[in-house]
Structure formats: structure tokens, C-alpha cells
Design a protein around this ligand. Structure first.
Ligand SMILES: [Zn+2]
Ligand SMILES: [Zn+2]
Length: 339
């Protein structure tokens, strides 16, 4: 029996990945698979699995040989259940990876790549420590890749010794990341089968303009997060979307960056964090469906897009209550979520 090289991709599908980033990750996974399929050694040894996580973690693809690999559809949802993803990873490693016994050689030590915004919203420490404590028994070679401007490298260093940072999260940087990943997995499959060297993945050949090794001693960033996400719905078609804001440190206010269509939204999605005061927010991005330039807040707490006429008679797409008059004076609290 061939010894397999199991490769697990843990993909963060929370708000911070919304829009072009998640599409670039999808394309990246596709390209990765196609490239590896073209490499006879990789084709024979590499088996892939994909675990996605947002509010919950899911193994969207069990460990599969490259030939049968169907790239999964990635959907952005709120929350970053890193703890859930790590627990699931441990489960999968226990269940899917063939252990070496007295009589036969098992699979090669799995490679795990975690792509995350590094802002967990669940209880992650216990699972991180579980993975750490299993280090001696060689559970896996784990590489954590922090994506975006708000990554807490301390979180990732609690999971593994190899933490990379990709502060600029754009389609271009994601593309370069996946080119590096592809090359690394190919090299790993050669090294394993020919037994050259110990370091399975070489972090000295990182695409330096996009990826760097995270500093272990980076001071913890205090204060307001650099990004803010608000959920809203289109008043015309009732579909959910996400408004992305960026902190202007000088003024301690958030300004709109973009809005992204969401495929799914559930009740309570906006309740994962305490509300933010509207006085910290300057303006809003236009609705991605109808391009309405404004946003209104219903008394139910939900946000929806607005065309600017405040004559009343608007029906809130979330609670279906007709709103007669809308006053936007003073400051008020808005429910928001952390990606
Ligand atoms: Zn709209
Ligand atoms: Zn409402």
C-alpha cells in the first residue's frame, strides 16, 4: 500500500474573508489541486481534506485522493470558530490518518495549513493546547497563516511554532500564497519519499512581498479593532449583505470600505458581539444589490439599505414592521459582529 501524505486545509470563512478574498481562496484551492494533479509523485501520495470554519467548523471534504477531489464551495458566514476547527482537525487526524504499527508503515506525517484572520470568537485555547501537547507524538506539521491586518500572532503561536503573516489580504496576495503552498506541498512529497532533510516545508523561500514569518514578540495591539463588520439587508430584495469598515486611528472612527453580498444570514448572526455606538461610524457603503446609498436602523435593531427618502412607509426586511418616521438624530447602538 502506498504511504499517503495527508494535507489538511483549514480555511477561515468569516467576515474578514468576504468579497474578493474568499473568491481568491476558492480559485487558489482549484489551482492547487490542478497543479498537484499534474505532478506524478504528488498525484500518487497527496490526499487532501478541507475544513472550513466561521460560526461553526465543518469538514467540507474528507481526506480524498487528488483524482476524486471536488473543490468545495466556500461561503462567508459570521464568527471565527478556530477552537471548533482545531477540535475537528484532531478528530479527523485520529480517524483518517493511518498510524504506523509494528507490522506496517502508516501515512506520512500530515501537513496542516491554517488560513485565518486570527481573531477567534469561540473557546480555542484548550484545543490549541491539546495540539501542542501532542507535538512529541508528531500529530502533524502545522503551518498557521494569519491573513489581514488584525491577526493576533499570539493566538497562532499557541497552536504551532510556524506562524506566517499575510497582512495585505487581496486576490493578488492570496494567489501568491497558493503558488507557494503548491510548490511547498510538491517539495514535501519529494522530501518524504526520498528522505532528504528534516524540514518538510522550507520557509526560507517565502514570497517575501506578501508573506513573512510572524514576530513572536510583537506587542499585543490594544484598542479598537482595525476592521468592523456590520450586517444589513437590502430593502428591495431582502437579501443580506456585509458592510466593511476600516478604523482611522487618528480620529478613532470607522469609515466605510466596501459592501459584500452574503449568501446566507441567520437570525442572531448580528448578536455575536456587544453593539457599537453609531458615533464611531462615519457613513456607510452603498447597498451591493440596489446601490441605495444609505442605511437605516429599525427599532428591532436590524439595518437595511435606504434610498434617502424619509417619507415613511418603509417595511423593515428583517422584522416586517412598517416604519413610519425615521429619526437619525443623536447616537445609538448598532449590533455588529466580529469576523
Ligand atoms: Zn438595497
Ligand atoms: Zn425591524
Amino acid at each position: 500500500m502506498t504511504r499517503r501524505l495527508p494535507v489538511y486545509l483549514l480555511l477561515d470563512c468569516s467576515e474578514s474573508m468576504a468579497g474578493p478574498a474568499i473568491e481568491a481562496v476558492s480559485t487558489g484551492v482549484n489551482t492547487l489541486i490542478n497543479q498537484l494533479r499534474g505532478n506524478p509523485l504528488a498525484l500518487e501520495t497527496v490526499y487532501m481534506s478541507v475544513i472550513t470554519f466561521s460560526r461553526e467548523a465543518r469538514q467540507v471534504l474528507p481526506l480524498t485522493e487528488l483524482i476524486g477531489f471536488q473543490p468545495p464551495k466556500l461561503t462567508v458566514r459570521p464568527g471565527t470558530a478556530l477552537g471548533g476547527a482545531l477540535r475537528l482537525l484532531i478528530d479527523c487526524l485520529n480517524r483518517e490518518v493511518v498510524k504506523t504499527t509494528e507490522y506496517s508503515k502508516g501515512d506520512y506525517k500530515p501537513l496542516v495549513f491554517i488560513l485565518t484572520d486570527g481573531q477567534p470568537t469561540d473557546n480555542w485555547r484548550e484545543s490549541a493546547d491539546k495540539i501542542r501537547s501532542r507535538k512529541d507524538t508528531k500529530i502533524a506539521n502545522i503551518y498557521a497563516i494569519g491573513c489581514g491586518p488584525d491577526v493576533d500572532s499570539e493566538v497562532l503561536y499557541r497552536i504551532t511554532d510556524i506562524v506566517l503573516m499575510m497582512p495585505d489580504l487581496t486576490p493578488d496576495t492570496v494567489k501568491k500564497l497558493f503558488i507557494w503552498l503548491t510548490a511547498s506541498i510538491q517539495t514535501a512529497s519529494v522530501k518524504l519519499t526520498t528522505k532528504i532533510g528534516e524540514e518538510i516545508i522550507n520557509t526560507s523561500d517565502l514570497p517575501k512581498d506578501v508573506l513573512e514569518i510572524a514576530s513572536k514578540f510583537a506587542p499585543r495591539r490594544e484598542g479598537m479593532p482595525r476592521q468592523l463588520f456590520l450586517h444589513s439587508r437590502c430593502v428591495r430584495n431582502r437579501l443580506p449583505y456585509l458592510m466593511r469598515y476600516q478604523l482611522i486611528e487618528e480620529y478613532q472612527k470607522y469609515i466605510p470600505v466596501a459592501s459584500h453580498r452574503l449568501e446566507v444570514s441567520e437570525e442572531g448572526d448580528a448578536d455575536l458581539l456587544p453593539p457599537i455606538n453609531s458615533s464611531l461610524i462615519v457613513g456607510c457603503p452603498p447597498c451591493p444589490y440596489c446601490e441605495n446609498p444609505g442605511v437605516l436602523v429599525c427599532s428591532c435593531g436590524a439595518l437595511f439599505c435606504d434610498g434617502g427618502s424619509t417619507t415613511g412607509g418603509v417595511i423593515c426586511p428583517t422584522c416586517n414592521v412598517q416604519i413610519q418616521t425615521i429619526t437619525e438624530e443623536g447616537s445609538f447602538d448598532i449590533k455588529h459582529i466580529q469576523g
